[in-house]
Design a protein around this ligand. Structure first.
Ligand code: GLU
Length: 423
């Protein structure tokens, strides 16, 4: 097993990948340079300072961003990330991918993303609450149920969303449930939202396996990331009879060639905070997991993990992108050349924003759906998007990523065209 992969080329980042994917789609669609530039440019970017009083009395100043990439199809929509790696270009790329994801899933939204450059592990709950509330206050003029609706992403969760909702509500003088999604169920969150991204990833993996004629009980998988996306994805794959041989988190990974006992691993993670040290498995590092001998690889952690330095060593036949932007453009080309089927992020991980949309609809109507109703509607959307992308890919002889991006970009461009250019 190749244990060490080359780092991605330092000068390139997710924004380069996002721009190249858009340029490819515009070429296929025959759009002119001006249209491409209009589709590439974020509509609005806000960068704010977040002065934080630490628990020990020290003052620290953090930086946060909110980028609204496109607003043509409706209010902006996208998560808020707390990570030490956040910078404006990363947020711009993630916002652009949200525009395409929402359009692909036919949600009445544009795309946005937020980020604060912070390692949440180094801060107390009270400090994180102050950061969240101050960040929310600073971006207050540009967010709201009809403007821009944040949701959880890496490093944030339903607790963060409850603080955001409360901050907006206090400023408004009344409770504004539709202002964020991914809230606790007791506070207007939707049943089924917490598992929606991972359930959608699994549903898309099943559709792709069926397409390739691969039986679930003969399929092995590796999942990178054991958080909001990877953990549930591993569970749903395991429940379907797929043998999950390897999983990892930020601290390391575990590997068992006979298949991991996922329920037991979940119990271990609940007890220790990491997959590391799980008995009945050998350690595996994150780089080795990506090139492990499995049929299905689910990168469900961060951007850029599959790059030109390791794409040639990937053994999986199918990659289902749980993370946003895990495959660089260079890796995409190598994987395509090698016949590896890559199901792109904007399709594979769209379950989260689909159920966010359901949460917003329920909040706006003040009428709550059952979990079965949410899951049935989610399955419908995921299956229908899969078939649309597959048909587009086959008709135009494109990769699934190019087909998904073309479908989405065409919908956004059509909204632009029909609205006209003002003034
Ligand atoms: N952060 C998730 C994503 O990248 C969910 C976004 C949302 O629900 O608005 O798709």
């Amino acid at each position: 097993m190749t244990a060490v992969a080359q780092p991605a080329v330092a000068t390139r980042g997710p924004l380069d990948d996002a721009h190249e994917q858009l340029a490819d789609a515009c070429r296929v669609l025959g759009y002119d340079e001006g249209t491409m530039k209009m589709l590439a440019a974020p509509r609005r970017e806000v960068t704010v300072s977040i002065p934080l009083r630490r628990d020990n009395g020290d003052i620290e100043v953090l930086t946060g961003h909110r980028v609204q990439h496109n607003l043509s199809r409706g209010p902006a929509k996208g998560g808020l990330r707390f990570s030490p790696h956040v910078d404006l270009d990363e947020v711009r790329a993630l916002a652009m991918w949200m525009s395409w994801k929402c359009a692909l899933m036919d949600l009445p939204y544009g795309g946005a993303k937020g980020g604060v450059t912070i390692d949440p592990a180094g801060y107390s709950e009270a400090e994180l609450e102050r950061v969240t509330r101050r960040y929310t206050s600073e971006i207050l003029p540009v967010i709201g149920p009809n403007k821009d609706i944040p949701a959880p992403d890496i490093g944030t969760d339903e607790r963060t969303m409850a603080w955001m909702m409360d901050t907006v509500s206090v400023a408004s003088g009344y409770t504004v449930l539709g202002t964020v999604t991914g809230k606790p169920v007791s506070l207007g969150g939707s049943l089924g939202r917490a598992s929606a991204t991972s359930l959608g990833v699994a549903q898309i993996a099943f559709a792709a396996l069926n397409h390739l004629g691969m039986a679930y009980d003969a399929t092995t998988a590796a999942v990178q990331g054991f958080g909001k996306v990877g953990r549930g994805a591993a569970r749903f794959l395991h429940l379907a009879g797929i043998r999950v041989l390897a999983v990892s988190d930020a601290f390391g990974g575990v590997w068992n060639p006979a298949g991991l006992d996922i329920p037991a691993l979940e119990a271990h993670v609940d007890g220790t905070g990491s997959v590391v040290g799980f008995t009945g498995a050998q350690p595996i590092d994150n780089a080795a997991l990506l090139t492990a001998e499995v049929d299905l690889l689910v990168p469900a952690a961060v951007e850029g993990v599959l790059h030109e330095g390791n794409a040639g060593d990937v053994r999986a036949r199918l990659i289902v992108e749980g993370a946003n932007g895990p495959t660089t453009t260079a890796a995409d080309a190598i994987l395509a050349e090698r016949g590896v089927l890559v199901v792109p992020d904007i399709l594979a991980n769209a379950g989260g924003v689909v159920v966010s949309y359901f949460e917003w609809v329920q909040a706006n109507q003040a009428y709550w759906w059952s979990e079965a109703e949410v899951e049935a509607r989610l399955a419908d959307r995921m299956t229908s998007a899969w078939h649309q992308v597959l048909a587009e890919a086959e008709a135009l002889e494109l990769s699934l990523r190019a087909a998904a991006t073309c479908l989405a970009v065409r919908r956004v461009a059509e909204a632009h065209r029909q609205r006209g250019l003002y003034p």
